[in-house]
Design a protein around this ligand. Sequence first.
Ligand code: ATP
Ligand code: LTN
Length: 335
Amino acid sequence: MEGQETKKRMLSGIQPSGDLHLGNYLGAIKNWADRAEDYECYYFMADMHTITVRQEPADLRKRSLNQLAQYIACGLDPEKNVLFLQSHVPAHAQLSWVLNCYTMFGELSRMTQFKDKSSKHKDNINAGLFTYPVLMAADILLYQPDYVPVGEDQKQHVEITRDIAQRFNSIYGDVFKIPEPFIAKTGARIYGLTTPGDKMSKSIPEGCVFLMDKPEDIARKFKRAITDSDSEHCVYFDREKKPGVANLMNIYSTITGKTYEEIEKEFDGKGYGVFKPAVGEVVIEQLRPIREEAERLIKDKAYLNDVYLQGAERAAYIANKTLRKVYKKIGFYQI
Ligand code: ATP
Ligand code: LTN
């Protein structure tokens, strides 16, 4: 435990809203595994946020467990990171209610994600979608983290969290630490294999490699990857002219650690017929142990339940401390 108190704290949430893919892995999860050495890390599955869009209950239940197995298989060690499910720690909902009373209608109306999602789901513009950022502020502020690693799209939510915290602190004193968003500078951006202009996304499954895909499916997806009509089939890096090839080179380079020059040399004169299956092969080998370990863990429900149970206990210990302080400050009668 010694030294642990001096580590900076990080916290992030992930919605269990779909199957994990190569973009999630290379762009995010792979980097998280190394962080535990330098930071005290908290990661949770944001199942309460997920229901702002209608979910099939059986699927949500299954995904909440499968995703935990996949994260552990990717190298997120539950001994070194606190992994938990949001709905297992009631303090998130409790603080969220309090913070609702310190958040303005006007500031929530300006949130880009609310505007986007409410135009996409016109039949279900529920209040939870509107107050989504308040629950996220509660998620964060409960743990007093220094940093919140998120994608660019979530930066606005971390900013409103800071505004809410500052407003609260200005009335009641230093209750909340003001967190910083932590946005990876480079972070591999992986594009769809069939749509090299758009990021790899589960919404376009033909061009998306899922962590749990079988090797033959991965091989097929890479063979069908869009390259270009260049008759020479020459492998060189040009994001503008050859976005498909550039994407494949990026994937190959991120996994093997080879530079673009080395890759160009390796495939010099060999053409796409050799290059595409070779990229598929390194992806297959990279994902194989992850898939096998995840499949093994998924069968071990008792172990996964135990990880969630212990995670929730460790998380609740910190969260409840903050909640008690908040309740006291705002004047809730304590027994
Ligand atoms: P989508 O719904 O488009 O498949 P997602 O919901 O799986 O995306 P997010 O929840 O938006 O993914 O993001 C989870 C993490 O994965 C974020 O840190 C995000 O930056 C990262 N990520 C998602 N897609 C990619 C990608 N194609 N390339 C790199 N990183 C990605
Ligand atoms: N909104 C985030 C998920 C999320 C989160 C959080 C991230 C919920 N609560 C707290 C960081 C901190 C998303 O959709 N990626």
